[in-house]
Design a protein around this ligand. Structure first.
Ligand code: FAD
Length: 466
C-alpha cells in the first residue's frame, strides 16, 4: 500500500502509544465468506449492478437505472501547475443513447471503482491472491447471535474477493474508533496492536484528531502504517462503508450537442487523488490511446439548480469558483441555442462572476469571451486568486454591490452559486451579505436575514460540491 500523501510522511506509530488507555469496544464479526470451486472471470462491469432491487442508488431519477456508457472523448481543459496549486481539469464526452432527458444544471452520478493496483495490494495483504477470482458468497456466520446482523445489500450474492474490493467497498474510508479497536485484533505485532488499540481510546482523542481528522489518515493508510495487520475479508465486508456513486454536473446543453451526448468536467488532485477522479483519469488515458472504454452512470433527481427554456426571459446572476463554472457552461450554451432558435422575444440578462487560480485555469475562457461579445452574457467579471494581486470572487461582487443588488431584487432574477467547498461558499455568502448591506443600508444581521429570505424564495440557489 503505497502512500501518495506527503502530509502523512513518516508517522512513527510508537510515538502515539500511551502508557495507559482503554481501547474502544471493538466491532464484532458476524459474517463469513464461503468459497466455491469455480472461478469468476474478472470484468470491468460494476458488481453493484448485480445486487438486485434491494440496493438503492442515491438520488436516482425514478424509472432510471445505472448503465454503462461509452466515453467518446477526453480533453484536458487545464494542465496541473504545482507553482499555483492548479489542479488538472479534464472534460469527458459521454455517449448516452436514449438514456434520459436532461437540462443544464442537472447532475449524473458516476459509479467508481477502486484502482486495480491497490486492489492487488489488498488481496496480497488479506492473503487472498490465490483466491482473488474464486467465486464466493458472503453469509451470516453460523455462530452469529446478533439479530440486526445482515449481509450488506451492496454485495452481490455470488461474487469474488477481487470484485468486492474493486466495486463494493470504500477502501479509503475514515476509520472509526471501534473499527480501529477491532483492527488491533488482526495483528500479532505488539507495537501495531498497541497503536491501533490506543488510537481508538478516549485517552488518545487528540492523536485521533491530529491523524484522522487533520492529516486525513484513511483505512488504507492505517494498513500502510501497520504492515502486519491482516483483517479478514468478512470483517471488511461487514464494516467498511459502501463505495458510493459521486455526483457530477452536466456541462453541456442538449440543444447544442443533442440529447445523446453528455459532458462532465472534473478536476483531479495531484497528491492523494480521489477514487472516482483517479478512475476517470485512467479511463481518459485509455480514450487518448484510442482504446474503447465505458463508465457506469445514472441521472440524479433534478432540482431548481437548472436552466430551461422558461428561464430565457428571466435574469441570472451566476457565481462560480474554478471548476464550479461547469454547470454554467451548460446554462450559457443553452441560452445561446434558445436565442438562435426563437423568434425575437424578451431575453433576460445573464451576469457571470468567476474566479480561478490563474487566467490559464479559467475554463473555456475563449468561449466565455465570445458569449460576452454576442450578449449571451451581459456581464463577465473574472479574477485570479494567485499571482501578484490575488483577488477572490466575493471582491468582484462587492465592487458591483449597487447594480448587483438592483438586478437581484428584480422579480425575475435568480442568483446561482456553484463552489466546491464549504469555506468558499461561506465567503461568497459573506460577500453577498456585504453587497446587501451597502446597497440597502442594512446592518449585518439584517442583510444576513435578507439573504436567508432570498434563499427561501428560491432566488438564491446553491450547488455545493462537497
Ligand atoms: C451536486 C454535486 C455536483 C458535483 N459536480 C462536480 C463536477 O461537475 N466536477 C467535479 O470535479 N466535481 C463535482 N462534484 C464533486 C464530486 O462529486 C466528487 O466529490 C469529486 O470529484 C471527488 O471525488 P473522488 O471520488 O475522486 O474523491 P474521494 O475519493 O471521495 O476523495 C476524498 C476526499 O478528497 C478530496 N478530493 C478529492 N478530489 C478532489 C478534488 N478534485 N478537488 C478537491 N478535493 C478533492 C475531497 O476532500 C474528498 O472528500 C460534485 C459534487 C456534488 C455534490
Amino acid at each position: 500500500m503505497t502512500s501518495e500523501s506527503p502530509s502523512l510522511g513518516n508517522i512513527d506509530i510508537e510515538a502515539y502509544i500511551l502508557n495507559e488507555y482503554i481501547p474502544a469496544k471493538p466491532l464484532d464479526g458476524n459474517l463469513e465468506v464461503h468459497f466455491s470451486d469455480s472461478e469468476l472471470a474478472p470484468t470491468e462491469a460494476c458488481a453493484q449492478l448485480r445486487c438486485g432491487e434491494l440496493l438503492k442508488f442515491p438520488f436516482v431519477r425514478p424509472g432510471c437505472q445505472p448503465r454503462a456508457v461509452a466515453i467518446r472523448k477526453s480533453d484536458v481543459l487545464v494542465p496541473d501547475d504545482e507553482a499555483t496549486a492548479t489542479k488538472r481539469v479534464v472534460e469527458l464526452t459521454l455517449d448516452s443513447p436514449d438514456l434520459f432527458e436532461f437540462q443544464p444544471g442537472d447532475t449524473i452520478a458516476v459509479l467508481p471503482s477502486n484502482d486495480g493496483k491497490l486492489v492487488d495490494e489488498f488481496l496480497d495483504r488479506l492473503e487472498l491472491v490465490s483466491k482473488a477470482d474464486t467465486m464466493c458468497s458472503v453469509k451470516l456466520a453460523l455462530k452469529c447471535a446478533k439479530k440486526s446482523a445482515k449481509v450488506p445489500a451492496h454485495i452481490p450474492q455470488t461474487t469474488s474477493p477481487r470484485e468486492i474490493l474493486t466495486h463494493c467497498l470504500a477502501l479509503n474510508a475514515v476509520p472509526q474508533k471501534q473499527f480501529l479497536s477491532a483492527l488491533a485484533g488482526f495483528t500479532d505485532n505488539e507495537k501495531e496492536r498497541s497503536f491501533l488499540a490506543c488510537l481508538s481510546s478516549k485517552q488518545a482523542a487528540s492523536s485521533y484528531s491530529e491523524l484522522v481528522l487533520e492529516r486525513g489518515l484513511r483505512f488504507l493508510n492505517i494498513l500502510e502504517l501497520c504492515a502486519t495487520c491482516r483483517p479478514s475479508l468478512a470483517f471488511l465486508v461487514e464494516h467498511l462503508p459502501r463505495l458510493l456513486p459521486r455526483p457530477y454536473s452536466l456541462s453541456n446543453s442538449p440543444l447544442a450537442s443533442g440529447p445523446q451526448e453528455l459532458q462532465i468536467i472534473y478536476s483531479i488532485l495531484k497528491y492523494k487523488p480521489g477514487v472516482t477522479t483517479s478512475m476517470l483519469e485512467s479511463k481518459a488515458q485509455k480514450v487518448e490511446n484510442g482504446e474503447p472504454t465505458e463508465v457506469v452512470i445514472y441521472p440524479r433527481l433534478s432540482n431548481n439548480f437548472r436552466y430551461t427554456e422558461d428561464d430565457l426571459s428571466s435574469n441570472q446572476i451566476l457565481i462560480a469558483v474554478g471548476t464550479g463554472v461547469a454547470p454554467f457552461l451548460g446554462f450559457l450554451s443553452h441560452k445561446e441555442q434558445l436565442i438562435s432558435q426563437q423568434s425575437p422575444r424578451e431575453i433576460g440578462k445573464t451576469w457571470l462572476y468567476l474566479s480561478a487560480k490563474t487566467t490559464r485555469a479559467t475554463l473555456n475562457l475563449d468561449q466565455l469571451l465570445v458569449w460576452q461579445l454576442t450578449s449571451v452574457l451581459e456581464r463577465l467579471r473574472m479574477c485570479q486568486s494567485r499571482g501578484e494581486s490575488p483577488c477572490y470572487v466575493q471582491q468582484l461582487l462587492e465592487e458591483d454591490s449597487e447594480e448587483l443588488v438592483a438586478l437581484l431584487l428584480q422579480p425575475n432574477t435568480v442568483l446561482y452559486v456553484c463552489a466546491d467547498g464549504a469555506k468558499i461558499s461561506q465567503s461568497i455568502a459573506g460577500g453577498l451579505i456585504k453587497c446587501l448591506q451597502t446597497a440597502l443600508q442594512l446592518s449585518e444581521e439584517e442583510a444576513a436575514q435578507k439573504l436567508k429570505e432570498l434563499r427561501a424564495q428560491g432566488k438564491y440557489r446553491e450547488d455545493v460540491w462537497l
